[in-house]
Design a protein around this ligand. Sequence first.
Ligand code: GDG
Length: 491
Amino acid sequence: MTTHVSAPRRHFELVIAANRLPVDQVTAADGSVSWTRSPGGLVTAMDSVMRNRDGAWVGWGGEPDVDIAPLVHESMYLRPVALSAAEVEDYYEGFSNDTLWPIYHDVIVQPSFHREWWRSYIAVNQRFADAIAEVAADGATVWVQDYQLQLVPRMLRDQRPDLRIGWFNHIPFPAVELFAQIPWRRSILEGLLGADFLGFQRVADAQNFVRACRRLLQVTTRGDLVTLTSRDGSSRTTRAAAIPISIDFQALNQLSMSPAVMDRARELRHQLGDPRVLMLGVDRLDYTKGIRHRLKAYEELLQDKAIGPPDVTLVQVATPSRERVEAYRELRQQVETTVGRINGDYSPIGSPAVHYLHHSYPQDEMAALYLAADVMLVTPLRDGMNLVAKEYVTCRHDLGGALVLSEFTGAYHELSQAFICNPHDIEGLKETILKAINTPAHEKARIMRSMRRRIADHDVHRWASRFLEALASAPDHPQRAERPGRRGVLR
Ligand code: GDG
């Protein structure tokens, strides 16, 4: 844990903006507050790009109605953006997670449209844009993250034409037929077109974006370039392309090779009754992850007596997520009812068919679970990338294990040698799971080796540097101008 110091206002050549700051607040027993670094790939990736640069991060601190002064944490300048409790409900839980999230994930559940959510989304995006403008140096590079901040590029461009602005979408970008449902679709596209470069997980996501611009804004597009002409006749061009995210292969590979993690993996198998086949699912408890489809296939395999405990068992880690959104509460109830039914119907005493864990674990415990699991089930109905798939492969330095992977993930486009499934096809999913169990070890090792090579070559550091290179070389435009009213500003 590192304590923070309030920092004087400064300007930076690289500014990252994300819904959340890369730190979590910790309150000690005596009431004093400090910060710890949040786990996660984005933070690691940004560390690597900030190492030799003067960088700042703009984001929400995670607590509603708390106004925090800028601070320096592990030599990164953090500029908090305050959100009220009403904004957390309307901008974050509402518009981001109950309007955009379902639309961008192919309407797996019905999106909700509320004008007050949209107004809150505009207000919060404007606050982020203002905070970025405040800390960005002349001609700085700004990298905006994700679907919560799609209006920021335009809002920022309007006040700071001198900036180089990029945005990366961690989730899919939907087909125009679905995107078109959004009442504020034009504002969102125009918001994004304030950027120089837009990064997506898959080629199809970038193409969906370009198509949406063509159909809904009647702009000119050429390949991956979109040119928007303003009312005053000036025009600017944005490039939209795929740069798939990855993980820190080296760090996780090392962790999984540590004696402590390897011992823990053996111990876990033993605690689970030394099954012949240990299956594993690790997901945020989200309807996009296909947990219900996975459980249905598993339940039918038990019913068919194709598999059964104690010979085979399933560990499902379902990390708590967005519990104040109704669709997530419903999902939790359905998943827990199903797990209860499966265990009631098929578990002998002492050997549950499903071990259901509704909490989060430290990273070394996750690595041990990956290393212990014979079959990893990654079955989303739609997923931008799915880092769990890449983490599993990275931990299998022993070339053991088998990855069952949905074709509706971004990861599928890089790991197509895996045991591929369509999670909607329950019969097909059952067959794929059995195939993953029964394929000879030497064949599985061959597949694992080749998938590991792919991830080692395309790790998160490469992702971040590829993004920044694409942003730096994005098409320039005529009105790239001096920052207005720049003279006399304190630096
Ligand atoms: C979004 C997109 C895209 C989960 N439980 C625990 C834990 N995790 C970690 C995993 C993994 C991360 O959380 C989840 O990442 P995913 O990629 O699987 O999914 P989302 O959260 O939906 O992320 C997704 C991603 O952004 C990045 O662009 O891939 O498509 O939806 O790293 O390991 N980590 C620990 N304990 C847990 O209990 N330590």
